[in-house]
Design a binder for this molecule. Sequence first.
Ligand code: SF4
Length: 331
Amino acid sequence: MTLAELRDVAAKAELPSYAAEQIADWLYNKKISSIEEMTNLSAAKRAWLGKHYEIGRSLPTSSAASADGTLKYTFSAAGSCIETVVIPSKDRSTLCVSSQVGCKMSCVFCMTGRQGFTANLSAADIINQLLSVPESDSLTNIVFMGMGEPFDNTNAVMNALDILTGTYGLGWSPKRITVSTIGARGLKRFLSESSCHLAVSLHAANSNDRYSLVPYEKAVPIRQVIALINQYDFRHQRRVSFEYIVFKGVNDSPQQAIELATMLRNVPCRINLICYHPIPDSHLEGAELHKIEQFRDILSRRGLVCTIRTSRGEDIAAACGMLSSAKKQSA
Ligand code: SF4
């Protein structure tokens, strides 16, 4: 719950309004897991709260560790199963959280898209992923790049960001949080109300090419998304990056690199070229490394900041949606 929501709880419990800050301190600073532990509230008030609310903490239901150090967890949420990944690297430890169970967006390269949509996660389900992974205390960054489209669940995601970054909450710097989207409609609210970083799942500059990979292109074309992004300041603290999975023979040609460079020529951004992590029964294959490097060089020569990212955790099915799909099939 955000502080505003905790104030409502305090009012309903007939507690003084400062009790909202006290409850927030128990939840987000002391990180308790039962209402009984709120010892600066009377026993009667704790009993009342316990009757009407729960803390909502739950531990992972399974885990898998990759040879490269990536750790993948599943949690029970909204009557189903979601995934959370911890990605350690030299100088950071990044948590990748899910925002929905499944997804409506049907991107053709994505295992979560293939599952279809089951439910939205609550802010509590999102925050629980951060608080309940065993590595919780050593995390340095959070990315909303797990299952689901964050801005198809904008209220819960914005509340989770409020709790994550609020001084009453977990006190994370927005500079350590990145939300990834295909450009869904809640993006405008995020750009206006938050200062967290943005990552856009792009995958093609040309509308027809993108539509074949990201069907949502038809609802909100990428040009519209870029026009919206251009209304906000990404030249200083806040960053925008574009994620581009490079598929063999689909979006890896020099011409497509030139189109991309042209589209983003006035956007202060970084482009991440991603080696594809194949999913079962898909016609898509990852582009060869020399093609990806050629693509990068075309972008770099045109002044764009561009990096190549390899897949992590291939041996534990760390591509979005793969572990929970396997669990569903074996259930
Ligand atoms: S890539 Fe993201 S938006 Fe697209 S189907 Fe997968 S989870 Fe949904």
